[in-house]
Each structure stands twice: as structure tokens, then as C-alpha cells.
Design a protein around this ligand. Structure first.
Ligand code: ASP
Length: 314
């Protein structure tokens, strides 16, 4: 008897991939997350060859992604991953905070099965919609043997979450990795794999179990010409538990900002040094320096710091 095709579960969260506009020529004036997951799947006839289940977790523009939705999403992903018959998961998402959600799921779940996030820059109603091909590619990757961990499939490339960045406001090639290239490329129905699939240790759902309102506040502040550090003092007054500094260059800050950061540390606030540069790591200053963001972008470093601080929230 032939074994059944791999079962892939599609979890929808909204985004432009599910967006609709009044005109097929309109690629910017649309409502994100308007299409239900069944309509999204029905819009890609080539998916008929796959064994699929689908579920809506949210229907939001990912600019509004929040802790409660992340918690719900992580729980649904974990639920389906635990089903022996499920080969992999696809999460449809908006592009705006895709790199944060991908990193969040990577750190919380570090799954052995594939969890593939995908998105689109153009709404489903557009003549030039990129969502259908991205969704088809994502399902193909989630069903492929040998694939594992959290990845992002976009515009023919498969990226790991660490260091991934949205780098363009409009173009359909909107994502790039930091110093490392994609894990794989998808061309003509074939997947060329260049690097190992993501692994690592999961923090687990327990880490994110606290009510979202109790999650530690972590702010991002940017160094810039004229930065006087008052924003850091204000964040401390507002009760922030952590600050990610999107520093200049290799994570540097003005002397006045440095003084404000020292004051914040004195109040017990955890600080991570990231960069406002698009590419490149912020490396540790020495063996004991745990505050450097490494390959993570400032927004991903914020996720990391929030997850670290959650260890102390019961
Ligand atoms: N604002 C949209 C979102 O992130 C943009 C997109 O999906 O491309 O949901």
C-alpha cells in the first residue's frame, strides 16, 4: 500500500498574503488579513496535490503582532507538531514583524519538524500577487523530507530566523539574512540546500506561560546624532525591565546615552547592545560580555531579552 502524502497544517495569522484591495492594480492600499485561511488555500489550485489542514489563529496586520497572539500561535504550533501524523507546519504571516515571530518560535519551540513561515508583499487580490507562489513553496518545504526547525520561505529562498531582516518596504524580494545567506533556494520545483537546518534547544512553552500583561517590558532605543539619553531615563521611569540599544555602527552610543544606560543598569534594567546598521553582528567585548546582540537585529534582540527576562516571571 502507498503511504499517505505528508500532512501539512497551515496556521493563518493575517498579513498582506491574506490582504485584499478594491482594485487588482492596487498593491499598497489594501486591508491585511481580510481573507480567511480556506480562501487563501483555495486561491492556489496547485495546493490541491498536497494533504492539508488549515486553521485561523489570528487575522491581523502583523504591525499589530503582540504577546497574546505569539502565545496563542506558539501553543497551536506545538499542539499540531505533537500529532504524529503531522509532517510540518506552515504559518502565514505579515512581512512587517515576520522576523520577530520566526525568531520567537525558533527560541520557544526549536522544533524537530519543519515550521515554515511565509508571507507576501502584495495582496491576494493583486495582479502581481506573490503570496500564492510563496504559500506553495512553503507547503513544499514543510512536506519535504529532511527539513527541520523554523524557517522563512520567501521569494524563492529559505531563510533561518537568526539574523533575518525585512530590508525593503515595497519590493517582493523584501528579506535578507545578515552575514549568512539562505539555507536553501527553490528553483523549478527543486530545493538546493546550502546549510544545515536550524536546531538548538527549546525554551519551551512554560517560559511563555505567564499572562501576556505580565511579560516584562522591553524597549528599543536608537542612538543618533544629538541622542541625549533622555529616552532611556524615561523608559526606566515607565517601568521597563530591559532596553535594547540600536546603536550606531558596531553598537556604539553617544557619551550622554552611555551615561543614561549606566543609570538604567544601576536601576537593575538589563541592556542589550544591537546595531541600527542593516547588516553585520555586534560582537561581545570580551569573554564575559553577555550583552552583545550578535547576529540578531535590534527587534530580534528585543525578543531574546524578553524571553530571558520571562525566566524570572512566575
Ligand atoms: N502590513 C503587512 C503586515 O505585516 C505587510 C505585509 O504583510 O507585507 O501584515
Amino acid at each position: 500500500m502507498q503511504s499517505p502524502k505528508p500532512l501539512v497544517v497551515i496556521l493563518a495569522t493575517g498579513g498582506t498574503i491574506a490582504g485584499t484591495a478594491a482594485l487588482a492594480t492596487d498593491t499598497t492600499g489594501y486591508r491585511a488579513g481580510a481573507l480567511g485561511v480556506d480562501a487563501l488555500v483555495a486561491g492556489v489550485p496547485a495546493l490541491a496535490g498536497h494533504r492539508l489542514e488549515s486553521e485561523s489563529v489570528a487575522a491581523i496586520d502583523s504591525k499589530d503582532m503582540d504577546e497574546a497572539t505569539w502565545q496563542r500561535l506558539a501553543r497551536r504550533v506545538a499542539h499540531h507538531l505533537a500529532r504524529p501524523e503531522v509532517a510540518g507546519i506552515v504559518v502565514t504571516h505579515g512581512t512587517d514583524t515576520l522576523e520577530e515571530t520566526a525568531y520567537f518560535l525558533h527560541r520557544v519551540l526549536a522544533p524537530a519538524k519543519p515550521v515554515v513561515l511565509t508571507a507576501a508583499m502584495r495582496p491576494a487580490s493583486a495582479l502581481s500577487a506573490d503570496g500564492p507562489a510563496n504559500l506553495l513553496d512553503a507547503v513544499g518545504v514543510a512536506a519535504a523530507p529532511g527539513v527541520r526547525g523554523v524557517s522563512v520561505v520567501f521569494a524563492g529562498a529559505v531563510w533561518g530566523a537568526v539574523g533575518l531582516r525585512k530590508v525593503h518596504t515595497l519590493q517582493t524580494s523584501a528579506f535578507a539574512g545578515s552575514d549568512c545567506g539562505p539555507i536553501a533556494r527553490l528553483e523549478g520545483g527543486a530545493m538546493r540546500v546550502f546549510r544545515a537546518w536550524p536546531g538548538g534547544e527549546a525554551l519551551g512553552l512554560e517560559r511563555i506561560a505567564a499572562a501576556p500583561s505580565a511579560w516584562p517590558r522591553v524597549e528599543i532605543v536608537m542612538n543618533h546624532a544629538g541622542a541625549d539619553g533622555r529616552i532611556v531615563d524615561d523608559a526606566v521611569i515607565a517601568g521597563t525591565a530591559g532596553i535594547v540599544v540600536a546603536g550606531t555602527g558596531h553598537g556604539t552610543v553617544s557619551a550622554r546615552m552611555e551615561a543614561a544606560i549606566a543609570r538604567a543598569r544601576g536601576e537593575g534594567v538589563r541592556v542589550t547592545r544591537a546595531s541600527r546598521c542593516v547588516f553585520g553582528p555586534v560582537l561581545p567585548r570580551g569573554a564575559d560580555d553577555a550583552d552583545a546582540a550578535g547576529e540578531l537585529s535590534a527587534v530580534q534582540a528585543r525578543v531574546e531579552l524578553q524571553l530571558a527576562l520571562l525566566a524570572d516571571v512566575r
